[in-house]
Design a protein around this ligand. Sequence first.
Ligand SMILES: *[C@@H]1O[C@H](CO)[C@@H](O)[C@H](O)[C@H]1NC(C)=O
Ligand SMILES: *[C@@H]1O[C@H](CO)[C@@H](O)[C@H](O)[C@H]1NC(C)=O
Ligand SMILES: *[C@@H]1O[C@H](CO)[C@@H](O)[C@H](O)[C@H]1NC(C)=O
Ligand SMILES: *[C@@H]1O[C@H](CO)[C@@H](O)[C@H](O)[C@H]1NC(C)=O
Length: 384
Amino acid sequence: MRSIDILTTLATATLLHSAHGARPRPSEANMTAPKVILDNDWGIAQFIPYLIALDAGWDILGLVSDTSDSWALQTGLHALATLERGGLSDCIPVYRGADYPLLQTPNRFQAYEALLGTLPWEGVFKRENITAEAEGGDPTSGDPGRIVRAAFEMPYYGYPNATFAEDTPAAMFMVEQVRKYPGEITIYSGGALTNIALAVRMDPTFAQNTKGLFIMGGYVDRMVQQTTGDVFQASLVSDINFVVDPEAAKIALSAAFPKITLVGNAANLLISTQEFLDEIYEVKNPYSELVHAYYGTGLPFWDETAAAVMVDPSIVTDSVEFYVDIDTAYSSPYYGYIRPYQAALMPPGLRSVSYVNNLNLTALASRIKHSVQYPKGCADLASL
Ligand SMILES: *[C@@H]1O[C@H](CO)[C@@H](O)[C@H](O)[C@H]1NC(C)=O
Ligand SMILES: *[C@@H]1O[C@H](CO)[C@@H](O)[C@H](O)[C@H]1NC(C)=O
Ligand SMILES: *[C@@H]1O[C@H](CO)[C@@H](O)[C@H](O)[C@H]1NC(C)=O
Ligand SMILES: *[C@@H]1O[C@H](CO)[C@@H](O)[C@H](O)[C@H]1NC(C)=O
């Protein structure tokens, strides 16, 4: 990433009317469409959240990449490649997120595991494995600035020809957009909260001037599940989005967003099956090909569930409000996990979140299916 003095740049008056803003988008014609910025650790089959937002008629100001399952450079390249496959690169810009979490590093994480036990799904902190990368695995540990091209050399895919929008850090892009459209932008997070925490710290009005924050993450009461199933079962409740960057999760969840929705346990309710992937693939297009070939079976539709709840809260059939903190003690076995509270017992400074418990899985499945089978293109956005 370009070495840039973020604070100096932010201090200049040019920020408010900055040339750093997204390129003009056709969808700007529809002033009533809800605006969203989607921040995620994008992957070869991890793009359905933006298709869900498009399918619902939402105006995507940009995609932001983060470090969670792999490094933010690689996940940003996946965002570019998947947009390009669907002819969407000309109308949706991609901004590169921060390489490292606020404090965590591979060494620090691996030292933690030696003391407190192995996380069954280690995401970006899995040890670097050259063999796995040569076979197309995304990079983990090692140098965050490296690109693994083999991950793009797969059938139905390709290395992106489109490039990152500008040399603007993701957090700065989010700050700029929220200043441009105060009160209008929903922030979606399907990965670690690093960029969002940086935006919160850069601009004290950022959180309150968004429309709200939707997060995939925040499991509660899943300790027994980590012992009774096999390691794969346990891996499904590794709270990787928070564990990769516990400090960022704490900053984001204690910031003044008008509304925060956590999709944690409920994100594990709808599981991919071969039957469902085949059903999606009955309509052939670049997205259904990628989903069919690479989504995999047995995996919950994690990020898709959070995106569906965002665009259509009416699919939620049960939710609760509670106050939430994140364990940020490095020596704790729950480092990175959430701690829910009731108001009478909580420490000062916590915010209330809406926690989704259950939702209409039929409605969720049909939304996923329709979004992938009939993806919007730039021309559709222009005619919104
Ligand atoms: C603008 O977007 C909203 C929300 O997606 C949609 O309901 C409305 O029909 C759109 N308006 C036009 C003129 O296309
Ligand atoms: C590295 O990846 C290869 C190929 O996926 C796998 O067979 C091997 O077990 C991995 N090595 C380690 C130490 O995990
Ligand atoms: C980029 O262009 C090359 C050459 O035309 C193509 O093979 C590749 O698939 C393209 N990348 C994407 C993501 O479409
Ligand atoms: C769930 O969603 C489906 C499809 O949208 C709908 O037909 C059904 O009535 C919903 N079920 C409930 C319990 O709301």
